[in-house]
Write a protein that binds this ligand. Structure first.
Ligand SMILES: [Zn+2]
Ligand SMILES: [Zn+2]
Length: 415
């Protein structure tokens, strides 16, 4: 970026002029409070060498985490342990292929994609150039990061391990420590934001961008790399990263309503049907999400009960309500509290992933509790419905265009 170049706010569409920032500073939108850009979050800008070191470390820890068992249970002389991939395999063999696929993508595939692409990009920058496919891979990092849930999985592992202590002896294995280390390294790697890397890439390896077109249209800011494309038309490609440009996300409100309606319908079976079946000497029983929360509460783990209640009940319900309010007010062109509604939107985007917690707990529990005649836990249809609710609401919030909140104040409507 060069001084004076225009920048658009991702959340409300306001226009600003870019000026350089010192390390750790951030430029905020005066209208909605969104961070417009920062030169790397928290502290000094990373050098390509430190980025390669952190990412390479994360890749190695990731491999250890995936190859070794996480915990082992011991019960009356019988033991049972599993790696994450084995746990996914158990679900798959129990004909819960959809949940197995969800866990595979969120806990195995997307983290691998994110780290692999980040390693490739930072290794290229270390050699002083933008490697081939730089733009595509930064977009891969951006997309994979949205769906990679290493930190949620880590909490899921801890919840499962604590839960299992009432049933059997829990022996930690290398996979557990590797996942803990991976969570920390992945959090460090979160500092390497694709938007900042786009700017860093241009600084390290300046290459001329194609010139702006002369047509004096209102500029469109790229949803991927954040570059403001002057004179561009709807449906054209970004001059820097090649993403398709849209003034507003196409059919944003229709999509949000459709996905929300599907999620709300599935929310009913998700709460009524059992997420887990337990077969033990004492008999067979099904557990719904709420009965699981009550059980934790009654068996003296109020902390776990609260964690599961917040992640599985409070977060999904408040997300459904918040998105309905956002879509409704945007559709009716409401001018009510735009900054507050934008904050609600950012919160919905931030908390959405945490609802997957229960799905991870179910997966690990089902894989670990396999003591032939003593106790076997299998997944129930409620888990499938619940997983779909989480994914549908995550897509719904990413289809909602927050700039629609501000359009009535600009005297224009793109809905
Ligand atoms: Zn703004
Ligand atoms: Zn772009």
């Amino acid at each position: 970026m060069t001084e004076g170049e225009p920048v658009g706010c991702h959340d409300c569409g306001a226009l600003y002029r870019w000026r350089p920032l010192a390390d750790g500073q951030r430029a905020r939108c005066t209208r909605c409070g969104n961070v417009l850009y920062r030169w790397f979050a928290h502290g000094p800008a990373p050098t390509p060498a430190s980025m390669v070191a952190v990412t390479l470390g994360a890749v190695l820890v990731y491999l250890i985490a995936q190859c070794f068992p996480i915990v082992e249970l011991e019960m009356n002389g019988l033991t049972s342990g599993a790696t994450l991939l084995q746990a996914i395999g158990v679900l798959w063999n129990e004909r819960m292929e959809v949940i197995a696929a969800m866990v595979f993508f969120f806990a195995v595939a997307f983290p691998a994609l994110e780290l692999g692409a980040l390693l490739y990009v930072s290794a290229g920058l270390l050699r002083g150039r933008r490697p081939p496919g730089f733009h595509l891979l930064l977009r891969v990092v951006q997309g994979a990061r949205h769906w990679a849930m290493t930190e949620v999985l880590m909490i899921g592992i801890l919840v499962t391990a604590i839960k299992m202590t009432s049933l059997a002896r829990v022996i930690p294995h290398p996979g557990l420590f590797a996942f803990a280390a991976l969570t920390i390294l992945a959090a460090v790697a979160l500092r390497y934001e694709p938007r900042a890397l786009w700017a860093l890439g241009e600084q390290i390896d300046p290459a001329p961008r194609p010139p702006e077109e002369a047509a004096p249209a209102q500029p469109i800011d790229c949803h991927a790399c954040g570059l403001l494309n002057g004179g561009a038309c709807e449906g054209r490609h970004c001059r820097r990263c090649g993403a398709v440009l849209h003034r507003r996300i196409p059919n944003s409100i229709t999509w949000t309503w459709a996905l929300l309606a599907a999620a709300a319908m599935l929310y009913v079976p998700a709460n009524i049907l059992p997420v887990m079946y337990t077969e033990s000497i004492g008999g067979t029983g099904g557990d719904t999400i709420m009965s699981g929360v009550v059980l934790f509460w009654e068996t003296g783990s109020p902390g776990l009960a609260i964690v599961i209640f917040v992640a599985s009940v409070l977060v999904p319900v408040s997300k459904l309500v918040a998105l309905a309010v956002l879509a409704g007010t945007a559709q009716w062109g409401s001018r009510w509290a735009p900054a507050g509604r934008t904050r609600v939107y950012r919160m919905v985007e931030f908390i959405g992933r945490w609802s997957m917690l229960d799905i991870f707990v179910v997966t690990l529990t089902v894989a670990l509790v396999r003591f032939q005649t003593l106790a076997v836990i299998t997944a129930g249809p409620g888990a499938l419905a619940f997983g779909c609710v989480v994914i549908l609401t995550m897509i719904a919030s990413s289809r909602f265009d927050p700039r629609l909140i501000w359009d009535p104040l600009n005297g224009e409507s793109h809905a």
